[in-house]
Design a protein around this ligand. Structure first.
Ligand code: HEM
Length: 426
């Protein structure tokens, strides 16, 4: 039975995580699957209960996920002190997404100051010209492999430009990212961030070098601002914190944004009439992307740890309970959305979906993701008159053959071969 399968390791669930989570939802919006030591939240309001209750739910396990064992045996109705004593035993314990309370507020305040609308505006110019170059070349060839040849290098170079990674190092970063294991790999051995050859560590060494350089010689880039930043309470971050933050920002914006491009493209080619509408009226691309995020956002799951006895949607949750939040389906909850599994362009209040999370840890890169994916798609519509999937590789619309990344976190295609009919003017 589906409910007995293991979301975190089962390759079959990769293809259709929605069927698995809908089965979980049938047992209630907060449910502990048989034989598992975590609960899964599939309800929209219940997920909000967790996201907005940072007092009772720690983010310390957001990265390692709800299935991984805790480095201690929880005891009593309040495990906050136990957690603090054992925090370093948790994967990525010093990364922004896993921090709580003051440590999170401090580091997050730096991010919020960096991703300002004016910085994003300047970056958008670069996004425009780079995406123009990539898509124009693909359209001239009449085909492309969207994920590996366009989306992945595109998002890597865009975030590199935003942060201020020197042009001469960008190919190196593209190669490291291309060879990196996907975050939340179904192969647990690939999820250890401590080894000196792990891509995050390799890139961290570069970021340490950049920040040291900019401490001596500031430039007009985000890395220079980071190098000279201070926390709201006036204290100064140490080099390790800054390196962790910049590496994490760099890494967090890779697979998520690249896979969103692929997920959006599937709707564009397979939803009848959609690409013609978007080509005629590019202002519909932004709301289309929100609907894609709602239905098929590129993050499937995150996690929290209950630090004291509490409740989710009226269900009692004991301190020490690991909580998986099923991002894949909380924005398909029929209690919140009409016809939740149907693609509907122009849904009212669409931006209320939870695919970028909510609360203190809301995705810091959401504005960037929205801009870069929209602009790239605009270029596809500008330079083509028709986009299709290669039927030899992916089959016909009614029976597509698609390969998904083997990750419990990332929802996205490993490759997508497109056939492009160039626009007559290009
Ligand atoms: C479609 C693309 C993206 C999706 C679906 C996505 C999704 C998410 C989600 C769901 C969270 C919250 C995790 C939680 O609460 O446990 C998150 C956090 C985060 N995201 Fe994204 N993300 C995307 C793109 C990006 C980009 C482009 C960047 C960086 C430039 C980025 C940087 C971050 C950071 C730094 C956090 C942690 C924030 C914190 O803990 O305070 N993300 N993202």
């Amino acid at each position: 039975m589906l409910i007995e399968k293991d979301f975190f390791t089962d390759p079959e669930i990769l293809v259709d995580p929605y069927a698995y989570f809908e089965e979980v939802r049938r047992h209630g919006p907060v449910f502990q699957p048989p034989g598992k030591d975590y609960v899964i939240v599939t309800g929209f309001n219940e997920a909000l209960d967790v996201f907005l209750n940072a007092k009772d739910f720690s983010s310390s396990i957001a990265l390692q996920g709800a299935a991984a064992p805790l480095p201690f045996e929880p005891e009593g109705s309040d495990i906050s002190e136990q957690l603090e004593r054992n925090r370093t035993g948790i994967l990525g314990h010093d990364l922004l997404v896993n921090l709580d309370d003051k440590a999170h507020v401090n580091l997050r305040s730096l991010v919020n100051r960096l991703f300002t609308p004016s910085r994003l505006k300047a970056n958008e110019k670069f996004i425009e010209s780079y995406s123009d170059e990539l898509v124009r070349a693909a359209a001239a060839k009449g085909k492309c492999e969207l994920i590996g040849d366009i989306a992945t290098p595109f998002v890597t170079v865009v975030i590199a430009d935003l942060l201020g990674v020197p042009v001469e190092d960008r190919q190196f970063f593209m190669d490291v990212i291309a060879a990196a294991p996907v975050p939340g790999s179904l192969d647990a051995d690939e999820n250890d961030y401590s080894g000196e050859n792990h891509p995050m560590v390799v890139m961290g060494n570069y970021f340490a070098k950049y920040i040291r350089e900019r401490q001596l010689n500031p430039r007009n880039d985000i890395l220079s601002e980071l190098a000279h930043a201070s926390y709201p309470d006036g204290t100064t971050p140490n080099l390790e914190d800054l390196v962790n933050l910049s590496t994490f920002m760099f890494g967090a914006g890779q697979d998520t944004s690249a896979k969103l491009i692929g997920n959006a493209m599937r709707f564009i080619v397979d939803e009848p009439g959609l690409q013609d509408r978007l080509r005629q009226d590019p202002s519909l691309i932004a709301p289309m992307l929100e609907e894609v995020l709602r239905l098929e956002g590129s993050s499937k799951i995150t996690a929290r740890l209950a630090v004291r006895d509490t409740t989710i949607g009226g269900v009692s949750i004991a301190a020490g309970t690991k909580v998986a939040i099923a991002l894949a389906v909380i924005s398909r909850d029929p209690a919140r959305w009409d016809e939740p599994n149907k693609f509907t362009l122009g849904r009212p209040r669409i931006k209320e979906h939870l695919s970028f999370g909510r609360g203190a840890h809301t995705c810091a890169g959401a504005p960037l993701a929205r801009v870069e994916v929209r602009v790239l798609l605009e270029k596809f519509f500008e330079y083509t008159s028709k986009i299709d999937l290669d039927p030899l590789r992916h089959g016909e619309p009614a029976a597509r053959r698609l390969t998904f990344e083997p990750s419990f976190i990332v929802r996205g295609l490993a490759e997508l071969q497109l056939v492009l009919e160039p626009a007559s003017a290009s």
